[in-house]
Write a protein that binds this ligand. Structure first.
Ligand SMILES: Cc1cc2nc3c(=O)[nH]c(=O)nc-3n(C[C@H](O)[C@H](O)[C@H](O)COP(=O)(O)O)c2cc1C
Length: 450
């Protein structure tokens, strides 16, 4: 295979989604349609991921009801769910999604600091700006703030959160009963932040946590999203359909990180992969077809039409995409996913019905149906060809698809040194190969460059 892996082992994250990432997975024989509401289900899934030394598990989130009626809907709030998972596991990293558009930095920074403490340094925050008016309407707004404004707020939000996480120097806690001193107040700092969106005095009402602050993850790939990631993200989730697109995204984000004055090696890029595994290629394709046939085409078409800002009648199921769709500039919701979907439909000349089938598997993430050997080979290829530092593994059906991955793909990856065989550290930062950041308020050590 040409090229050489930049990093061994790779990073592996399990994106936990109730019955699986395929929207019809809950209709498969033997599925568990109440998985979304069952904490023991998620604990078990995370323990399985930990048993094969995955680096982290991850939960997505939107502060509004999605789905409704035709598929499992309603999700346990991720920080709450991952607090339970923290107590059911010992090593695996725990990444929760939370919105910067519909939270306040003080409360959210405190919740993530709490998860980091409770889990012994395993917390990560998937920072999202939340697309769509449905969420805005739950927070006193008629429609979502513009795409640009959401990212501007996110920028300031993260700056405030970082100041709060740093507001206690690492050695501020003395806890000495004999002198009666619990904390050294000279090492606890008000942050006195005054900005366009937030005024926060600080300090945080918790000491600095095991990781200093949670691992910062980002998951929007528009221009603004990439610049935001270049400034703040330590790991990036992304949807990429082709190796060429994956390589271009990888190179672009590393370049932007460098321009932002950061070490590009400390921005880990994790494209999504939706594996559909069979003992033969034909068996994998059959399972993929079986899932696609269970999609309710009309309701999937309605969702696609909403994303495009069209009425359902403007998207006939057996016709190609209309030629006069809006451009990414006209979209105020999720820009990069919009472009990915339109390009997929056009590049492969799909009808709306075929496009719905392709999206049903992973909402735009790359579905790969094949044998364990073929799944391992595509993972190796993307990493060797400069498209990934690791993968966001999103099985089409859960738990069966992840059981198959753990049992059949992991041993192949392990034999090639692509996945670790034991944890080297205890924190998510250590698993991902990220340093523990110093507090921005700590005095610069003598001899160090100021
Ligand atoms: C793996 C992955 C997970 C994501 N999870 C969420 C999520 O839980 N909530 C959310 O609002 N957006 C999530 N996003 C981001 C949206 O898909 C969308 O890209 C983003 O809201 C808009 O970003 P953009 O306009 O910069 O492309 C996720 C993206 C990826 C790649």
């Amino acid at each position: 295979m040409p090229g050489s892996l930049k990093r061994r082992p790779l990073i592996f994250n399990l994106f936990m989604m109730d019955t699986g990432h395929h929207e019809a997975s809950w209709r498969l024989p033997g599925s568990y349609p109440l998985a979304n509401l069952d904490i023991e289900y998620f604990e078990k899934l995370a323990r399985l991921a930990e048993s094969v030394t995955f680096d982290s598990v991850f939960l997505a989130d939107h502060p509004s009801l999605e789905g409704g009626g035709r598929r499992p809907s309603g999700r346990i709030e991720p920080l709450t769910l991952l607090t339970a998972v923290a107590r059911a596991t010992t090593r695996i990293g725990l990444i929760a999604t939370a919105s910067t558009s519909y939270n306040d930095p003080y409360n959210l920074a405190r919740k993530f600091a709490s998860l980091d403490l409770v889990s012994g340094g395993r917390a990560g925050w998937n920072i999202v700006t939340t697309a769509g008016d449905a969420s805005a309407r739950n927070f006193g707004l008629d429609s979502q703030p513009s795409h640009l404004e959401r990212y501007q707020r996110a920028d300031e939000f993260v700056a405030v959160a970082r100041k709060l996480w740093d507001s206690w120097e690492d050695d501020a806690v003395v806890a000495d009963p004999s002198s009666g001193v619990w904390s050294d107040d000279a090492k606890i700092h008000a942050i006195d932040h005054h900005g366009r969106f937030f005024d926060v005095r600080g300090p945080m009402n918790l000491p600095r946590t095991p990781q200093g602050h949670p691992v910062l993850v980002q998951a929007g790939s528009s221009e603004d999203g990439r610049d935001f990631a270049a400034r703040h993200a330590e790991a990036v989730f992304t949807a990429q359909q082709t190796l060429a697109d994956g390589q271009a995204f990888y190179a672009d984000l590393k370049r932007r990180a460098k321009l932002a004055g950061r070490d590009p090696g400390l921005v880990k890029i994790l494209p999504g992969l939706v594996p559909v595994i069979g003992s033969t290629e034909a068996e994998a394709r059959d399972l993929d077809d079986q899932l696609d046939q269970l999609i309710l085409a009309e309701s999937a078409r309605d969702r696609l039409a909403r994303r495009f800002g069209l009425s359902p009648e403007q998207l006939p199921l057996d016709a190609p995409l209309p030629s006069d769709l809006p451009t990414e500039d006209d979209i105020e919701g999720a820009k990069s996913r919009y472009t990915l979907i339109v390009e997929l439909g056009r590049r492969e000349q799909l009808t709306v019905r075929q496009l719905i089938g392709r999206l049903g598997g992973g909402r735009g993430h790359r579905t790969f149906a094949g044998t364990p050997e073929q799944v391992a080979a595509t993972i190796e290829e993307w990493a060797a060809q400069g498209a990934a530092d690791g993968f966001n593994v999103m099985p089409a059906a859960l738990p069966s698809g992840f059981e198959a991955f753990a049992e059949h793909v992991v041993p192949i990856l392990r034999s090639r040194g692509l996945i670790r065989s034991e944890y080297a550290g205890t924190t998510l930062r250590e698993h991902y190969g990220l340093p523990r950041p110093a507090s921005q308020y700590a005095p610069v050590p003598e001899g160090a460059l100021a």
